[in-house]
Write a protein that binds this ligand. Sequence first.
Ligand code: A3P
Ligand code: MG
Length: 424
Amino acid sequence: MTSSTSRKRTTADRNERVVHKHLRLGAPPTPRLHAVVSLSYPSTAQPASRSVPFQRPLPLISFSYNKNRELEFSDAAIRYYVEPPPGADLGYAYERWVHRPEEKGRLDGLLRAISEIRRRGTGDPVIGVISWRGVMTKILTAPYEDRDGWELNVMVENGTLYLEEFISDARLEEKDNMTPRQRIQTYYGYAFESWCTASQPDAPSGWGGDVDTNVQWCNVVKTKLGDVRIIIGGEVDCVRGILNDTMVELKTSMNISGHRDEARFEKKLLKFYFQSFLLGVPEIVVGFRTPGGQLKTMQSFKTLEIPRMVRGKPNAWDARICLTWGEDFLTWIKHTIILGGNASGSVWRVKFTPCTGVELTLLCEDERREVEAGEDRVGFLPQWYWKEMQECSGEPGNTSRIDSESGRQSAPTASSSLPTGWQI
Ligand code: A3P
Ligand code: MG
């Protein structure tokens, strides 16, 4: 299939079926250098074609970034939930905000965590996919995204698919140069986190300390989407009590007054839902605010109940469509790359265009160098990780295999002759 252009939904539906047929036969088109292979947008007008289960995420490890953005394997940056004061000012201490500059979407912290898990010997079998939660949320919510496109850098090494967000230098600059209005609106979200959290459990309500976006508490989980085993890492805002298994996501949103606001909020709930669902965060506390940043009301949502809450509403979405799409998307990328003759160290680019679909291309040498950005990397994987991975597989330079986990849509002839996957 060639590069997709804007199509009407009916045509997209037809194309989707064609692509699925390719997948079932285990023979997606083989991309030549710079050829573009595309996967069409799924239809949201019909129910999901099948039900794809999502395994309950199991925590593997947690880590913290300190004020100097140094990573340590501890819960030093964990925060505890406290009720915020009524009417809290979300613009409070704005001038003291320590703002971490925008970065490329590197996987380094997550790869350090995976390396640490291996070192501790608490590992698990083959990993199908490794990515940050933010990337997985973008992928899964794509069927309902009608505004913002995205691009990913992709590598497949020893059977594992690595996905990082591709943020060009121009886009990075754009993100760093927010308008004053965008800046303060972004700050409101962080200030809400500070009003709602403390560094100790059972602390009194109040300001939790000036915002420093370098500091983060992150969790890494393993899960399974259909047949695809995934390791996901992401920031967790806080926990209730002293047990880490009661994680809470904090979000802000504009006050709701009227049906239109309500419908807009229900649409936003799709992202709130997947962001938390993917890491196994069971509760989302939303602070509703005025345009000027005053906290008005609070509402707590049980993550797992959200899909049922929006069902049948004007802006309804169906999480099953997202999960089916997610499995198709991940399997399609991996199989296309592997069966397309992936050379070790190759970088691919996935481009998502709302209302159209996704395209996959192999990067040329210049583009690959742009991804490496003069850093000590092979593609976007850090050199230290690359070496560790080679030592672990014992077969340097080998191309990926198709994991048995994705056997439902795999080509049996391709899987038997290739080396075993990257294990932790
Ligand atoms: P809100 O989500 O309450 O608006 P997160 O909720 O994902 O933990 O992120 C915390 C806050 O970071 C957000 O609060 C928002 O202020 C800011 N933020 C996160 N992602 C952003 C994005 N893509 N653009 C602008 N601000 C963002
Ligand atoms: Mg949050």
